[in-house]
Design a protein around this ligand. Structure first.
Ligand code: DNO
Length: 359
């Protein structure tokens, strides 16, 4: 595996490439052109500029998160082919610059959903949290305004202003899209993009729906082992793969994550590894990465990735806000650096343990 950190570009991120470079064992960043909107064609020039900036800092671009999908593709509207063609052009431009990993998601309207961005934990750190009752009692627009007031002045991924511009129309457009239709639309999209992925050897890594169930009545499909296998088999190409995100699949306690990882060998192209602490089935918060701070056995998750010979990029995920840092919630420097170091430690121990066992 290759340890990375997510970075949103010098215009948007409070964390610098220099700081990232100084985290032991982090060799690359996962980044994006954050000022594009879904449907845009990413120009070769802007990709090259981004790449040069990252490389000048002694790092590499290990992958793109995300090239977001235009809603017309998810809905399956008449104009979807225009946006698929644009997506293909973007992939082509990324491929020409040697980029081999693209993370995306197929969640209608929203991306990941949390109800709080700054829940205070007993140690004084603040974290992102989810409470089902809050979701059930709030409408999506209120939710958006609520989230926007707690971002420490940053534009947070998944809650970019463009998402809210057409929210009412979008809910209307999704009214006939159920899970089956969403699967069909995903298949249509994947079949169209696989040729360019094959040509440039680009791994597509779909991100799970977070949380792993329907939110605000919208359909969600990338939620469990059964659905992932269906998605992988319906377009059976090794470039059609997944992002294994423990913080997303783990929202559903019925998902046995080490078992899922083992079942997906060869198709896990990217990993987001973090912990969650459940207070009840309907309320969880994003703990530190350390197993004992949350509800997951992080050793078992890393061991499963090791066992499937995972060689792709991995990144610590949302961190807590600690040590008075003011940054994008979930994406500060300090706790993610601790997370990367912890995950690197687990990996080293697993690898060495494996060697001793073999002797
Ligand atoms: C949240 C992220 C998601 C993720 C997208 C991938 O912090 O994990 O926004 O980047 O779903 O397309």
């Amino acid at each position: 595996m290759e340890m990375t950190l997510r970075w949103f570009g010098s215009k948007f991120d409070t964390v610098t490439l220099k700081q990232i470079r100084q985290i032991p064992g982090v060799t690359g960043v996962i980044t994006t052109l954050y000022d594009t909107v879904p449907g845009d064609i990413w120009s070769s020039e802007s990709i090259r500029e981004l790449k040069a900036e990252v490389e000048e800092a002694g790092l590499k671009i290990a992958g793109i998160e995300s090239v977001n999908i235009h809603e017309s593709i998810k809905i399956g509207s008449n104009d979807r082919d225009i946006y698929i063609d644009n997506y293909i052009k973007t992939l082509e431009n990324l491929g020409k610059e040697g980029i081999k990993l693209v993370c995306y998601n197929f969640m209608p309207v929203f991306d990941w959903t949390r109800t709080e961005l700054d829940r205070v934990r007993s140690d004084g750190s603040t974290v992102l949290a989810y409470n089902q009752e809050t979701i059930d009692s709030i409408n999506p627009e209120e939710m958006f305004n609520h989230i926007s007031n707690h971002t420490n002045g940053t534009v947070i991924p998944g809650w970019e202003p463009y998402r809210m511009e057409k929210i009412k129309d979008l809910f209307e457009m999704y009214k006939d899209v159920d899970e089956e239709r969403l699967f069909e639309n995903l298949k249509y999209f994947l079949e169209k993009i696989m040729p360019v992925c094959n040509k440039y050897d680009i791994n597509m890594a779909i991100h799970p729906d977070d949380p792993a169930w329907s939110v605000f009545g919208l359909p969600r499909i990338i939620i469990n082992k059964k659905n992932i296998l269906r998605m992988l088999n319906m377009v059976d190409d090794r470039h059609n793969g997944i992002t294994f995100c423990s913080g997303s699949y783990g929202t559903n306690l019925e998902n046995d994550m080490p078992d899922m990882i083992r079942a997906l060998k060869g198709r896990v192209h990217f990993a987001h590894v973090r912990n969650l602490k459940f207070n009840s089935k309907d309320d969880f918060e994003e703990a530190a990465h350390l197993s004992s701070d949350g509800s997951f056995d992080m050793y078992e998750i890393m061991k499963a990735l090791y066992d499937i010979d995972f060689t792709g990029p991995i990144r610590p995920d949302h961190g807590r806000m600690i040590w008075d840092e003011v940054a994008m919630p979930g994406y500060g420097l300090y706790d993610r650096a601790l997370g990367a170091t912890y995950l690197n430690g687990l990996w080293e121990a697993i690898k060495k343990g494996d060697k001793y066992e073999a002797k």
